[in-house]
Design a protein around this ligand. Structure first.
Ligand code: F6R
Length: 261
């Protein structure tokens, strides 16, 4: 795991977008894993700008989102399909046929989860997975006690997550109780992971995820097992990390990061 501390939420998001753009230019057929949420909105704004101003080309890439609410149709303004259309897909030249999210309306949800896993495999697996982190440490909707080897499945959302997502639904009671999410095992199989966290409200959970022991109580800690995971934080989200000087030293000295400094 590597930790990169950026001065602000804007520069942290821009950093993530720059890595995505770099990987996409290196491999136009990139299979990109996507996340939703407030934190990612800035990343998608940067990618849209790069598409418009720097001709970043999405035409050959494929995307797989981490999760979708159970019971919401793609046209529902609260669905993650709608979020992706609104923040990214409709502003860039991605082929919509190559954009994938779990179907939260499927009659047989278990079958839908199996289908989604198989589809990821059919596309050769995820090359680059974007991740946010919930206040309780979830990645995707892998709530506390998610098995370290879990695959795509239906999860009940915890009270912390319901509270976190309530503002966009106009009240906690309106947030769907369940979601389909890629599993921890699915996420760990992606070739590269980028976790972005910004703001003071994420400082405690980031410190646990990066410097704490691996535990299924905090799914993000399992990223310590991933061979190529980069955590990008702004100064506020880095606030409770103990080894900040070490992370800065690595970033300043590691040749891989030369073009990003
Ligand atoms: C959503 C997802 C979640 C969010 C996380 C952070 O697709 O994967 O894990 O990334 O809940 O959400 P925000 O950015 O709204 O704090």
């Amino acid at each position: 795991m590597e930790v990169i501390i950026q001065p602000t939420d804007e520069t942290a998001a821009a950093f993530v977008a720059t890595i995505v753009a770099h990987d996409l230019r290196a491999n136009p057929h990139l299979v990109l894993g996507l996340a939703t949420g407030k934190t990612m909105e800035r990343v998608y704004r940067c990618l849209v700008r790069m598409h418009k101003e720097e001709k970043l080309d999405f035409s050959l890439c494929s995307t797989f989102n981490l999760d979708e609410y159970v019971g919401l149709s793609p046209s529902d303004p609260h669905s993650y399909r709608h979020y992706m259309d609104h923040h990214l897909f409709r502003h860039v030249n991605v082929d919509l046929r190559n954009t994938h999210l779990p179907n939260g309306l499927a009659d047989d949800l278990e079958k839908e989860c199996t289908r989604y896993e198989a589809l990821i495999q059919r596309f050769g697996g995820i090359d680059l997975q974007l991740l946010g982190i919930g206040k309780a440490g979830h990645i995707g909707f892998n709530e506390p006690l998610s098995a370290l080897r879990s695959r795509t499945r239906v999860k009940a959302l915890t009270p912390t997550t319901l509270k976190q997502n309530a503002p966009s639904f106009g009240g906690e009671e309106r947030v769907p109780r369940r979601a389909i999410t890629m599993g921890v095992g699915t996420i760990l199989e992606s070739r590269r992971c980028l976790l972005l966290a910004t703001g003071e409200s994420k400082a405690e959970v980031i410190a646990k995820a990066v410097e704490g022991p691996i535990t299924s109580m905090i799914s993000a800690t399992t990223l310590q097992l991933h061979p190529r995971c980069t955590v990008i934080v702004d100064e506020s989200a880095a606030g409770q990390l103990k080894e900040k000087d070490y992370y800065r030293w690595i970033f300043a000295n590691e040749p891989e990061w030369e073009e990003y400094r």
